[in-house]
Structures are given as structure tokens and as C-alpha cells.
Design a protein around this ligand. Sequence first.
Ligand code: PMP
Ligand code: GLN
Length: 378
Amino acid sequence: INSKLPNIETSIFAKMSKMAADQKALNLSQGFPNFPSDPALNALVDEAMREGFNQYAPMPGDFGLRMEISKKIEKLHNHFYNPETEITITAGATQAIFTIIAAAINKGDEVIIFTPAYDCYAPTVELFGGNIVPIQLKPPFYNVDWQKVEDKISSKTKMIIINSPHNPSGMLFSEEDMLQLQDLAEKNNLLVLSDEVYEHIIFDGEVHQSASKFEALAKRSFITASFGKTFHNTGWKTGYCAAPENLMKEFQKVHQFVVFCVNHPIQKALATYLKHEKNYLKIPDFYQQKRDLFLHLLRRSNFKIIPSKGTYFQMLDFSEISKESDIAFAERLTKEMKIATIPTSVFNEGKSDFKQIRVCFAKTDETLINAAKILNSI
Ligand code: PMP
Ligand code: GLN
């Protein structure tokens, strides 16, 4: 066939996890926890299956789950999404992102992304004939220069994609960033895709700045989040999209033909589990303990480290260790040191000017201790 994505290869996450398995290396590459999701939540899935929720769910998702999501967003960000018309349950955030872009992007539309960027945005935009306009953020702080963003906006700009807490850098958008974004989006009539999958993995008392918190921004935003990240079950692939009714209507037109609906018993279980707010309110502390342990263990390492402020990723700068490209360095670590990480040039359109690898610390304390022993010897 005539490839629609001629320059795209197998995703780095699949590649590095396979290399980790082949090399019997400790896998800190692809982002997923190596500890179980809450047995109480798993039991609720079992219960839903026993109760017979084994056929198709409603197309937009289980209504009880949509209601709990609506309540949670209103409680945390003071914005009401109508569960009838403004929330759809998806097969993870990946499917929400695909569906948002499919629904909103036409041939020739420009979409601004901030690089380093999560790997699915650009190919999906390309698939629907859109053009990516990348804006490079620079280590160590990855701050956005909003004047530069304004300069990149043209009459063709349709959408800006943001991601805070940010994969891979672990940085956050501040309230001021969101206000600047809101201002630009309003002035230029832009849509916003706000990827908030790490909304609950945030440290040092910082507050997640959801696009839903900003009234004018919420009116033009698709928000996506992922239960896999929040509740340690990435393999369940359950997330959602929230957007104002006019946008959600277009989203659902596409959603029904992408998957129609997603895993029913898991939705039932999540609806019950979300009723207890401590189940998500405890997540920041849980991950802060892991980040702090990991940073403490690495305090004398040769990597330069700026502590992650959110997500379960930590960037490690290896500029004082090696002159290799990040890909060569990560491959060598996997094969020789038996530790797998993610080279970050894959988030940067292949540019490897920054000597950074990304590690995932959503791991048991024992794994973090073993990982630190290896990393400290490099
Ligand atoms: N966005 C970002 C920034 C991510 O890191 C991930 C995790 N893979 C996703 C989206 C996709 O989430 P899901 O696994 O729920 O599809
Ligand atoms: N989001 C995860 C990461 O950044 C991986 C998801 C995937 O494997 N596609 O590592």
C-alpha cells in the first residue's frame, strides 16, 4: 500500500520494552507501574462481570462513570461538564487523542505542539492531512515563551496541543501559562487539546492546572485523562474525553466508528471506585514518596538531575558521562548495564542535541533500589 506515514517506525516504547526483555534488563523505559492495581478495584471488575455487565456499554460510556467524572472535575476544578452530553469514555487517552484529532483536523490545518512531545500527536495530525508546527522547549526547565507561540500562529492554525504534567520532562504549566494560552486561543479562535493523563501525579504541593479551570479555555478545549495512569492499570486502557457539547457532538460522531464503546465491566468498577475520593486524592503522596526515594538514591550519581515536578518520569542528563547520541547511549545501557531507558530525541523529531534519557519511577521500592545501583555505577 501507499504508506500514509512513510517516516514513522515502531514506537520507541514497544522497541525499548522488547529490547529490555531480550536483554533481560531492568525495564525503566516504557511508562507503566510494576506493582498491582488496588485489589479492591480489581474485585469490583470481577463483581461487575458476575453481575452480567459483559455486553456492549452505552456508546458514550457507562452513565454512572460519566457522572463520577463530572463530579470529580467540578470538585477539583470548579467546572461542570454535563455527563449526558459532554463526557465520553475511551480506550485510554490514546483513543481520545486520535478521535479528537480525527474530528477536528482537516487537510491543511496547522497544529502547534511543544517538543519534546508525546509520540502520538504528530503522526495522528499527519494522518488527517494536518501540518505540525513544533515549538522547541529547552532543558532544564522547558519553559514556554508565549510570544514565540503567538509568532507561530497563522490563519491556518486550528489547534494547540498541551500536556501538563509533561511527558517526558516532568514539568508543569503554571496558572500564568494557562492564562496566556487562554488569551491566545480566544484571540485566534483556536481549539485546544489538553492531555492531562498525569493530572494526579504531581509533587511538592503543586496544583494541576486543568484547562477546565479556565472558563473561556474550557469552552474551546478537549480534555483527555487516563485511569491507567491514576490507578496503576495501564493495560486496562480506559480513559475519557471531556469537552463542551458542540465539540463533544463531533467527537462522538467519530468515536462511534472508531470503537463504538469500551470495556464495560471496567467502567462499572471505576464508577464505584471513584465515589471514594481518597482513591485519587492519595495518588500525589504515593508517587512523591517514590520520586523522593529515587532522587535520594541517585544523589551522588554522575547524571545531572532536575527533580520531576509531575508524571512518573525523571529526566537524566548524561552530558558529563558520554558524548554518544541518546539512542546509542540508551541502547548501550540496555545491553551492557542491563537497564532500559527512553532516549528522548524520539520526542524531539529525532533531534538529539539534548543529552537526556527518561526513566520511569512507577516501580516497587526494590526495583528503584536495584535501578539506582546500576545508574550510580555509570
Ligand atoms: N498522553 C501521554 C502524555 C502519555 O504519557 C500517555 C501514556 N501512554 C498517553 C497519552 C496515553 O494514555 P493511555 O495509555 O491511557 O492511552
Ligand atoms: N505513555 C507511556 C510512556 O510514555 C507509554 C505508552 C505506550 O507504550 N504507548 O512511556
